[in-house]
Design a protein around this ligand. Structure first.
Ligand code: PLP
Length: 410
């Protein structure tokens, strides 16, 4: 079964929340709890998630992509503004910038498979407005270094937490370091409501703007019709009560799921130590989600041989999440300084995105192979491995198989 750990954790709790709604059929996110059969699933989810993650505010949305758009809109990022984003991420990090009329500037990753902080400053121009670190595959980006650069250059930070719901870095959950965090609840993420997402922030003004953008410019949690008090236009990215009911039940399981993932990953990883030619990606904090185990081979040759025998592919060839494979942006001018409302001293030419423009990223992803722990997703190169419900015996068997395959590659 393809999907994330939340999908594997589906049970009576989700069913009960949905059945509760079936009694009354009031599926719109706004209302007064108890009136007209309104159950307030979405707003309860928002309040509980804010408390759980350490945000002052959470806005539930229709997806991680719409959450990113809300973050960008809340910060007023638009035409001509540049946003630095890693070249290894899901396309939505990049497309949300493009669709905000801003300009994505692709950054290298390091061996943590998240944005390399040492490569950020060279990308900063007078037009840079924000850095968007992505906590890839559940691993927190190096937030200390990124926040230091952002503060030094007066840049906003939007954390793309779509693959790392619940992860923590230095004792605080991801998404609470930047101005805002964007999260996804699609079927491949840590917890799921099928599709869905949310924005987290502790800034009252940004909350109001993110909320307004996710509705039609309304102030948070309106009651019915409200005219004359809308300061912006919005897109209607609201979550409905059906998704909210499932998200509520899944949110309550989040920390249990994370505990299980970390335990299973540790068991798998501990059996793969000390193998010649094999290492692992760098984990920036043990508070990572544990959704995947990323093998990092010493050479591309060994990674290729391993993958051929294991019936998988190195991340570089695994599809969607590598900029080299994003035909939507490659060799197209998606953003041009012509849109720029003020003079652009550094870039006379439109930004171009082309294959192999990030050699360090290419080298790392050529040698990296994802093994599923909780996220079973061929699109991530993690079609095989273990899942949330794997037994110890199954985990040990997978470890033994991986070891045997590597040995046979020599
Ligand atoms: C999944 C994902 C998104 C988008 O989430 P959707 O809910 O599918 O819109 C954005 N960024 C990253 C890094 C993701 O993995």
């Amino acid at each position: 079964m393809a999907g994330g750990p939340g999908r594997y954790a589906w049970g009576e709790e989700e069913k009960a929340e949905l059945l509760d709604l079936m009694e009354t059929g009031n599926l719109f996110r706004y209302g007064e709890i108890g009136k007209d059969g309104f159950k307030g699933k979405v707003v309860t989810f928002e309040n509980e998630m804010a408390e759980r993650l350490g945000h002052k505010h959470v806005v539930a949305t229709s997806s991680g992509t719409s959450s990113l758009l809300c973050c960008l809109a809340a910060l007023g990022i638009g035409a001509g503004d540049e946003v630095i984003v890693p070249g290894y991420t899901f396309i939505a990090s990049i497309s949300s910038i493009v669709l905000s009329n801003a300009i994505p500037v692709l950054a290298e990753i390091d061996e943590s498979l998240t944005m390399d902080p040492t490569k950020i400053e060279a990308l900063i121009t007078p037009r840079t407005k924000a850095i968007m670190p992505v906590h890839m595959l559940g691993n927190p980006a190096n937030m200390d270094a990124i926040m230091e650069i952002a503060n030094k250059h007066n840049l906003f930070v939007i954390e793309d937490c779509c693959q790392a719901v619940g992860a923590s870095y230095k004792g605080k959950r991801v998404g609470t370091y930047g101005s805002l965090g964007a999260y996804s609840l699609n079927t491949f993420k840590t917890i799921t409501s099928g599709d869905g997402g949310f924005v987290g922030t502790s800034d009252d003004d940004l909350y109001e703007r993110a909320f307004g953008f996710h509705d039609q410019g309304h102030k948070p949690c309106r009651q019915g019709v409200e005219v004359g008090n809308r300061s912006m236009v919005g897109m209607n990215f609201r979550m409905n009560e059906l998704s909210g009911a499932v998200a509520l039940a899944q949110g309550r399981k989040l920390d249990t799921i994370l505990g299980m993932l970390r335990e299973k990953k540790a068991r798998l990883k501990s059996q793969l130590q000390g193998i010649e030619g094999l290492g692992f990606r760098k984990i920036n904090d043990e508070g990572e989600c544990g959704t995947l185990l990323t093998l990092l081979f010493d050479t591309k040759e060994l990674a290729d041989k391993f993958c051929e025998k294991a019936g998988t592919a190195p991340i570089a060839k695994s599809g969607w999440h590598v900029y080299n494979n994003m035909e939507q942006i490659l060799n197209r001018v998606t953003a041009s300084p012509a849109n720029c409302p003020y003079s652009c001293p550094k870039y006379e030419e439109p930004r171009k995105y082309y294959a192999h423009m990030l050699p360090q990223t290419d080298d790392i992803l050529d040698r990296a192979v994802n093994i599923s722990v909780g996220v079973v997703d061929k699109g991530l190169g993690a079609g095989t491995g273990i899942n949330l419900n794997s037994t110890n015996e199954e985990i040990d068997q997978v470890a033994a198989n991986i070891k045997a395959i590597i040995e046979s590659c020599r």
